[in-house]
Design a protein around this ligand. Structure first.
Ligand SMILES: Cc1ncc(COP(=O)(O)O)c(C=O)c1O
Length: 383
């Protein structure tokens, strides 16, 4: 095979994104203004939400949602240890305590029955403030039981939909179940603004608070230098909003293109020993492909496979290291290996392959061929 260089991800930018960015540059209005408002309004309309508040990142949206939910010193928030560290960090920002629930080994999302059990057990103790389900890899958490238990116990539900824009279950978009939801627009996401994020909510009071918090705690009196509360600079710039406006208009196309690439991978990988595609979305749900992950059979050394792929110019990455085993979580909360076995099994056996909507069929074939050859070599060295 001729050597190539196939990156892990690549944003899908067209002349329309460039045109809107150019308009913003020409307007001179690089912060706030009509393009930011249009992005927020079209985003809210796409999801049928009353409010969309653009943020500087998905992490910022999660942090603001935690504040809106009232999380503060010593409050408990139920979440998953199998996620990007930002989801649990948002709890720590407000000095809350994450209560991790292990994942279902097949869906890789929070085990719904275990989550309901945790809500019912912790709520009577008085410190449970919120549940933070994460729709990991664009796969929706089974929300019905979790929502019912949270409502019964007066606990807020904040969805981390940073990896799941466009995913749905029973006709409801990810991000539309909770009191508020966070989306992320980092360049490897289904849609991007460069850096950026969005908080959506139907609650007028939370949207008002989010607009104040992202802008240094300003009051909504209209006075520019009146600050009602401690806030942050979590604003999204208008250049980013222009990219986002073009991308939200293209969201269905972006999601479909990624799905086509994922299905092609599924087909080609089906015939290769040692790796398995993840199972399809659960019944009634549609996943929105964020990354393309494979599960490695026991006995396939992930680092060795990665090294062989890298030698063929194919990028790959293990996703996600378990949050509870990150050094500062272990130090602070006393977490140790063995506490969340399904998360630990997933985090040691999954590998992300190059993935984006414009990945050419020829490149997908090249990646799969490189995997087949590398696995043959890894297995041959073992025997
Ligand atoms: C599950 C999850 N939560 C939160 C975030 C944070 O988003 P951002 O990188 O925009 O702050 C990400 C993105 O990387 C993510 O994947």
């Amino acid at each position: 095979m001729a050597a190539r260089s196939i990156p892990l991800s690549s944003p899908d930018i067209t002349s329309e994104e460039r045109r809107l960015v150019d308009e913003v540059l020409s307007s001179g209005q690089l912060s706030f203004g009509p393009v930011l408002e249009a992005f927020e309004n079209e985003f809210a309309a796409k999801f049928g939400a009353r409010h969309a508040v653009a943020m500087s990142s998905g992490t910022a949206a999660l942090h603001v949602a935690m504040i809106a939910a009232g999380v503060s010193d010593g409050d408990v928030v139920i979440t998953t240890p199998f996620s990007f560290v930002a989801s649990a960090n948002s709890i720590l920002f407000e000095r809350g305590i994450p209560h991790f629930v292990d994942i279902d080994p097949v869906t890789l999302t929070m085990d719904p029955a275990a989550t309901v059990h945790a809500i019912e057990t912790l709520a009577p103790q008085g410190r449970l403030r919120a549940v933070l389900p994460v729709h990991i890899f664009g796969r929706t958490v089974e929300m019905d039981g979790i929502l019912a238990a949270a409502r019964r116990n007066g606990v807020a539900v904040i969805e981390d939909a940073c990896e799941a824009i466009g995913a749905s279950a029973d006709g409801v978009f990810a991000g539309r179940w909770g009191d508020a939801s966070a989306f992320g627009f980092y360049p490897n996401k289904q849609m991007t603004t460069g850096e950026g994020g969005m908080l959506i909510t139907d609650r007028d009071d939370w949207a008002r608070l989010a607009r104040s918090l992202r802008n240094q705690g300003r009051s909504d009196s209209g006075s520019w230098l009146a600050h009602d509360r401690l806030g942050f600079n979590y604003r999204m710039g208008t250049i980013s909003a222009a990219i986002g406006l073009a991308q939200i208009r293209r969201l269905d196309e972006l999601v479909q293109k990624r799905e086509a690439v994922a299905l092609r991978y599924n087909e080609l990988l089906a015939g290769i020993d040692g790796v398995s595609p993840l199972p399809p979305a659960r019944a009634g749900s549609r996943l929105s492909w964020f990354v393309y992950m494979v599960r490695l059979d026991e006995g396939i050394d992930r680092e060795q496979l990665q090294a062989a792929l890298a030698a063929s110019g194919v990028a790959s990455r293990p996703y996600f290291p378990a949050i509870h085993l990150q050094p500062f979580y272990r130090e602070r909360f006393g977490f140790a290996p063995g506490m969340f076995p399904h998360t630990e099994a997933a985090s040691t056996s999954l590998l992300a392959l190059p993935f984006h909507g414009n990945l050419a069929a020829d490149d997908i074939g090249y990646v799969c061929e490189a995997i087949a050859v590398a696995i043959r070599d890894v297995l041959a060295q073992r025997s």
